[in-house]
Write a new protein. Structure first.
Lengths: 274, 280
């Protein structure tokens, strides 16, 4: 296997999604295609980490469904089923051009990565130009902190701090997160950072935000900082991916998905992520 | 539950997740709460409702749904069964979500499922479950489990889940080492001996279907769901490693199959058989 070499800071990419991709938008591939386009090779080797979900087959199957027919070599790594793999974690992680991290419990995600030494390997991968991508817990983990519901109510949690700032996800889809995040930024528990709606991804080039893209019309992002205890909120410009008709089609499916989610919430079984 | 001795039942493999019929080891574990066919059925448990409270921790499997279902199938008929899912605490899937400590400390039995012990200990520590389980143990809440659910209680565990076997630091409630599934792969035995020869703590090797029952940190009894189940004390002797077979009570033998209470336990370690195996 080809060993990747250390790359310039400006060539290190992290793509953090507030929600979206194959687990949340099965009918809308815009964000996932964008992830593929970030790799510097035509058929990137892509590793999916479903750690935050407890390695559910639901997530793994959704990953396969999305990527098995696309121009890439998809593979997943389950820390709960390592028995199936003879390769070391290091060889597995460092052999990939893209690492895509699914949503779920951020507390468990980081605990498991640390228990297996994966946190270190992911930093090494990033330094070698492997694109790190993910949604929800898999997006917040790269920054200094975020808001998790790993223990039920939303609360601040520290991340890996590869990137400066904090991140909160599902800003529109899970409305109880945003106030918890704003309060944490205001009182200094978390540094200032970004709030992303479902369907919005923020691309970091090196340690700086480069561009924000979206799979859904109307989805937005904001930058928030606390200055002397006051919150300064700025809208971030978001580019809508894809073309009109496809986006519209995606939008229709999303509306159906949204309706289902509301039904589930009413039944008291919300499918929270992060 | 005051004045109850700490108890741990460490299964080398087996219980409801592996045994097809009867799950004798589960019956045995339940008996320690005073319930079930082996229990004395007279304790505070019965004063309360007659149903022991049993909570399942499927962490090592990533909270696999099928495992949770099998747990309820096995325990809900006779027990007040619940489970804690550390991966779905926000999703209202029926697991315990609020105050983990007060829920776990109100149980009669905490049953830990098998899987990846490294992942499980990592997640437990992140949620403070390690400290809660230590308190539960001191209070006399029975702790048990197969495989990862056995390894976790010991100071050191041999994990052969992925790649080369390695030593994992467990919760340390039991000051020994542990090796499970001892009959499954010959490589395990060789590796365990190698580690014990190389400063790993002396400890216990246990086959599938066999369980170590500890009262406090002392080994009270070794029980088996099958007639030929074995467990061993493995310790260094000079430059060698000595493997001593332990006396095993066969739970399926006629006396116990007739639903009689097993013979009174010896207060000390189970007697060791004379036969000794010495390996380099």
């Amino acid at each position: 296997m080809s060993e990747r070499q250390i790359v310039e800071v400006g060539e290190r990419l992290i793509f953090a999604m507030g929600g979206g991709g194959f687990t949340m938008e099965p009918a809308n591939p815009l964000l996932d295609d964008f992830v593929l386009s970030l790799a510097d090779v035509r058929e990137p080797r892509m590793l999916f980490l479903p750690t935050a979900s407890g390695d559910t087959t639901t997530q793994i199957n959704a990953f396969r469904a999305r990527f098995s027919e696309r121009a890439c070599v998809p593979e997943h790594l389950s820390l709960f089923h390592l028995r199936d793999s003879s390769r070391s974690l290091e060889d597995t992680v460092l052999a990939h051009d893209i690492v895509y991290v699914g949503g779920g419990s951020m507390r468990n995600l980081l605990a498991l990565w640390r228990a297996h030494g994966l946190d270190r390997l992911l930093v090494q991968a990033w330094e070698r130009g492997t694109v790190l991508a993910g949604l929800s817990a898999g997006a917040m983990c790269w920054l200094q902190g975020g808001i998790t519901r790993s223990s039920g109510p939303p609360e601040p949690i520290a991340g890996l701090s590869i990137l400066e700032g904090s991140l909160t996800v599902h800003a529109d889809g899970e409305p109880e997160r945003l106030p918890a995040w704003l309060a944490s930024v205001r009182d200094g528990t978390l540094p200032g950072g970004w709030a992303l709606d479902d369907g919005v991804g923020l691309l970091f080039r090196g340690e700086r935000p480069d561009r924000a893209v979206s799979s859904r019309p109307g989805a937005g992002a904001q930058r928030v900082d606390a200055i002397e205890g006051e919150l300064m909120r700025k809208r971030v410009d978001v580019e809508l991916l894809g073309d009109g008709p496809r986006a519209a089609l995606g939008g229709f499916d999303e509306a159906v998905e949204e309706l289902r989610r509301m039904h589930r919430m009413r039944r008291g079984s919300t499918r929270g992520r992060g | 539950m005051p004045n109850r001795a700490p108890q741990i039942v460490a299964l080398g493999g087996g219980g409801f997740s592996m045994e097809k019929d009867g799950s004798l080891l589960d019956d045995y574990v339940l008996s320690l709460t005073g319930a079930g066919p082996f229990g004395d059925a007279s304790e505070a448990v019965l004063a309360r409702s007659g149903r022991p409270r049993v909570c399942f921790l499927p962490t090592a499997s990533g909270d696999a749904d099928h495992y949770v279902v099998r747990f309820y199938r096995r325990f809900s008929p006779a027990c007040d069964a619940s489970h804690v899912s550390l991966f779905r605490r926000d999703q209202g899937t029926g697991g315990v979500e609020d105050d983990l400590a007060s829920h776990l400390l109100a149980q009669d039995l905490i049953y830990v499922g098998g899987g990846n012990v490294v992942s499980m200990l990592g997640a437990w520590r992140a949620h403070g479950l390690d400290a809660i389980l230590r308190r539960a143990w001191r209070r006399g809440i029975v702790l048990c489990g197969p495989s990862a659910g056995s390894l976790c209680w010991f100071e050191q565990a041999l994990s052969a889940f992925h790649g080369a076997p390695r030593v994992v630091r467990g919760l340390g409630l039991l000051p020994y080492s542990n090796c499970v599934h001892y009959d499954e792969e010959p490589a395990r035995r060789i590796e365990y001996h190698r580690f014990v020869a190389d400063r790993m703590r002396p400890g216990f090797a246990v086959e599938n279907g066999v369980a170590l029952h500890f009262r406090g940190t002392g080994l009270e009894r070794v029980v088996s769901a099958r007639a030929d189940g074995r467990a061993f004390l493995v310790e260094p002797v000079g430059e060698h490693v000595r493997e001593t077979p332990l006396e095993v009570t066969d739970l399926g033998a006629p006396s116990t199959a007739g639903r009689e209470v097993p013979a009174p336990a010896s207060p000390k370690h189970a007697r060791r058989a004379r036969r000794e195996v010495v390996a380099a």
